[in-house]
Design a binder for this molecule. Structure first.
Ligand code: AKG
Length: 249
């Protein structure tokens, strides 16, 4: 399958079609299943407060428990595109689903590079489970701005004055398509103002030459979360930087 690596190198992002309509419907079914899993099974569920009460906003550490998802993310087209974009063999580093229910929060402007311990060379993407639109909080990226790590605020997100100086471009993604973005591509998203969820799957791949670090990542994440515990503002984090703007339960 041809991958437009030149577009990615120039712009820091690339849209590909991953699944046909039947594949996209199957993925949506898997996401429904995962959302119905109880807490405490080894995977992680995170919830946020919305007007309709506590709602799932993220699930992660999924592939040990879901063979179909494991095959999608670790074999075939996904790993081939990741390897083409990294220009060396890629391995899955982590995976999560963001559910963004109606009224669910957006994400502050950030780059992924500072959030991921252990790895230097990595690429992430968003596989749209539902059509991602401006109304339901699709990703916005800064085109061609992936060459350096930008100054951050106390939350690890891009400093407000820098955010204002950048040109943000919404990228709508139809269900089954994938938006790949460089680890230094600035991105953000708004809340979901629509009446239906905007679910998306986010795998991150690293260069295999840096090691197969997925298990180490989740071990570290669980340890850091446990060490931080409940914060004085009563919130907990869903990621290692404070990019999520929803009200986490
Ligand atoms: O799902 C979104 O709207 C943005 C996700 C994101 O940037 C993140 O999870 O770091």
């Amino acid at each position: 399958m041809p991958v437009d690596v030149d577009h990615f190198v120039e712009h820091g992002w690339l849209l590909t079609q991953t699944l046909d309509a039947a594949g996209a419907a199957e993925l949506a079914g898997w996401v429904d299943d995962i959302a119905s899993w109880p807490d405490g099974g080894g995977w992680l569920h995170h919830r946020e407060r919305t007007d309709s009460g506590p709602t799932l906003c993220r699930s992660e550490n999924l592939i040990p428990f879901h063979p179909g998802l494991a095959a999608l993310l670790t074999t075939g087209a996904m790993i081939e595109v990741a390897s083409a974009l990294l220009r060396e063999p890629a391995v899955l580093y982590k995976e999560k689903i963001n559910y963004k229910a109606p009224g669910g929060g957006g994400y502050a402007p950030h780059q992924d590079a500072p959030a991921y311990p252990f790895i230097d060379t990595h690429v992430s993407c968003m596989v749209a489970v539902d059509d991602a639109t401006v109304e339901n909080g699709c990703l916005e990226v800064v085109d061609g701005h992936h060459h350096r790590v930008l100054p951050v605020d106390g939350a690890g997100c891009i400093r407000a004055d820098v955010v204002e100086s950048l040109t943000w471009m919404p990228v709508e993604v139809p269900a089954g398509s994938t938006l790949w973005f460089h680890s230094r591509t600035p991105h953000r998203s708004g809340p979901n103002h629509s009446p239906v969820p905007r679910r998306a799957l986010y795998p991150t791949y690293n260069a295999l030459s840096e090691g197969d670090l997925r298990e180490a990542y989740y071990r570290e994440k669980l340890e850091r979360f446990a060490a931080e515990g409940e914060r004085s503002d009563g919130k907990v984090k869903v990621s290692l930087i404070d990019d999520f703007q929803g009200d986490v339960v």
